[in-house]
Write a new protein. Structure first.
Lengths: 263, 290
């Protein structure tokens, strides 16, 4: 019994780490003796990584970035789901708002940075607003789509049992749309990280994006690469966190699909 | 809640029977549907008109300074000026070239990789962690790398566009392949459908809505990244025009250019939607629209 669990654990670990280990090894040995100024050896990058990103930079650059991302992302989800429910459920609201929302959704968020800067200066508010203005749309779009694709039989059943108002919203609409909403939230997360970096590249005095651009401009190439690595790591950890939360919240949906698979 | 919720259902059932039975069906349903069909663009126009009026009134009311938010009329004048410039059209062409090439490469690569990885469970298990690691690397983090490798060349724009759009497509294709109805798949198996047949008739139709969502998102992200590359790196295009207008303090021109990028995005989205509608005319989310 214990042996089999150990074996499955070993299998899972090798599945998760196998390919990354191979790629890592390839990178390590391909650049081992590299004298190319722009492509430093991986060992150098990792050494710089340890020097640069531990200690006070963690508090002065990484933490502010993460706080802004969290604030912007959460706001975007709340607004996106709220608006998405309204727009998805009412035909009139969808008709009136769709062109306007389409226009706003279609404006690439980075070009809003100069515009938002006019209103909000270059402080944290600007960065949070930029993140909100970019993350909202995948959530909103997916919510509308999810609400629109609510199962008709379930919808009719709810109606004939007189389930209306908040309970219909909670138990039917939000429930059936939630797989889509979660998909939207997943996309929004990666867009949020992108915008976190862009907003800091434009105008900032701290943050990850700011620091990496500083490194690039001063031709501190290994430090720059270590920053790229850190961003990748950060995105990976955030998506792990997201999956953990998703597995808890969406357990019923995954269970449902599993049950369908087994019968 | 009940009011707006129940009307479409009523219209839908009446309308559907009208469409099925043709002349024998009650005409009221069809007339009503035609009325609704005509009302949709009108309502949309009303929404847009409301936005323009709001933009015109806000700066005049003094709630927002006209230095930050010029009235709609001034933005319109700046836009009109843009349309007469050759430089503007060249910039638009540059942006579209980078976007189109990048998107095409990303979609083809993403769909092919997604089908291969999604249909082989082992591959999926082995690559999952790597995809999860590479996907969230923001392509803007590659900006320094792109600058070092290609300068302000088209290739540096393409690098960012392809990197960003590829994952959008791939992740959606993989999600779609995972959403395959187990019963349908088992049925296909028990009918001894080969693996190509299962991909073609079971997995592809299930994944298609996801693929279309992926392509639509990728089209948007590709445009975002093309314009971002121009804005930050300075390769020629609309983004570069915005940067120039911003540094010279031409606020109405900035808004006009932002509006152009928005309209460009809408156009991209409309085309993607039309393609989606065509490809998914059988799917519930499209069908129930009537």
């Amino acid at each position: 019994m214990i042996r089999t669990t150990v074996l499955t654990m070993a299998r899972r670990v090798s599945l998760v780490l196998g390919l990354p280990a191979v790629l890592f090894a390839v990178w390590w040995f391909a650049t081992a003796g590299s004298t190319d100024f722009y492509v430093p050896p991986l060992s150098t990058i990792l050494q710089k990584f340890g020097e640069v990103w531990t200690g006070e930079r963690l508090l002065s650059d990484v933490l502010p970035s993460l706080l802004r991302l969290t604030a912007g992302y959460l706001l975007a989800v709340v607004i996106g789901v709220g608006l998405g429910l309204v727009v998805g459920m009412s035909r009139v609201a969808r008709d009136v708002l769709e062109p306007v929302l389409e226009l706003f959704r279609a404006i690439p968020p980075p070009v809003l940075v100069p515009v938002i800067m006019l209103f909000a200066g270059i402080g944290d508010t600007m960065k949070v607003l930029v993140i909100v203005s970019g993350c909202m749309w995948p959530v909103l779009l997916n919510t509308v789509e999810g609400v629109r694709a609510v199962d008709e039989v379930l919808s009719d059943t709810c109606r004939s049992y007189g389930i209306t108002g908040t309970s219909r919203l909670r138990h039917l609409v939000l429930r059936s749309a939630s797989p889509q909403i979660v998909t939207g939230m997943r996309q929004a997360l990666s867009i949020g990280i992108i915008l976190m970096v862009i907003s800091e590249m434009f105008a900032a005095s701290n943050g990850l994006g700011f620091t990496i651009v500083q490194f690039q401009r001063s031709f501190a190439i290994p430090e720059m690469w270590s920053g790229v690595l850190l961003l990748g790591l950060l995105g990976f950890l955030l998506s792990l966190l997201f999956r953990f939360a998703e597995n808890r919240v969406m357990a019923w949906y995954q269970g449902l699909r599993r049950a369908q698979r087994n019968t | 809640m009940t009011g707006p919720g129940s009307t479409p259902v009523l219209t839908k059932t009446v309308g559907a029977s009208g469409a099925d039975k043709g002349p024998g069906a009650p005409g009221g349903g069809r007339a009503r549907r035609a009325l609704e069909g005509a009302a949709t663009p009108l309502r949309g126009l009303a929404g847009l008109a409301g936005l323009v009026i709001l933009l015109q009134v806000l700066p005049h009311s003094g709630l927002v300074s006209a230095d930050y938010l010029p009235p709609a009329s001034e933005m319109g004048r700046a836009l009109w000026g843009l349309l007469a410039e050759d430089a503007f059209w060249t910039a638009l062409g540059d942006t579209l070239t980078g976007w189109g090439l990048g998107l095409a490469i990303a979609v083809v690569a993403g769909v092919m990789a997604g089908i291969v990885i999604g249909s082989v469970p082992v591959l999926r298990a082995v690559t999952a962690s790597t995809i999860e690691f590479l996907r969230p690397i923001p392509s803007v983090a590659l900006i320094p790398v792109a600058v070092l490798l290609y300068g302000t060349d088209l290739r540096s724009k393409l690098l960012l566009v392809v990197y960003a759009a590829f994952w959008q497509v791939l992740v959606q294709v993989l999600a779609g392949m995972q959403d395959v109805d187990p019963v349908a798949d088992d049925t296909a198996r028990s009918y001894r459908m080969g693996s190509w047949g299962r991909v073609r008739y079971v997995m592809w139709p299930t994944a298609l809505p996801y693929v279309m969502t992926g392509v639509r998102l990728a089209a948007t992200v590709a445009l975002v990244l093309a314009i971002t590359a121009e804005l930050v790196i300075g390769s020629p295009g609309l983004g570069n025009q915005i940067a120039v207008a911003q540094t010279s303090g031409a606020v109405p021109r900035v808004y006009a250019l932002v509006l152009v990028t928005g309209v460009l995005g809408v156009a991209v989205n409309l085309v993607a939607r039309a393609v989606e509608r065509r490809a998914l005319h059988w799917h519930q989310s499209i069908r129930r629209e009537g």
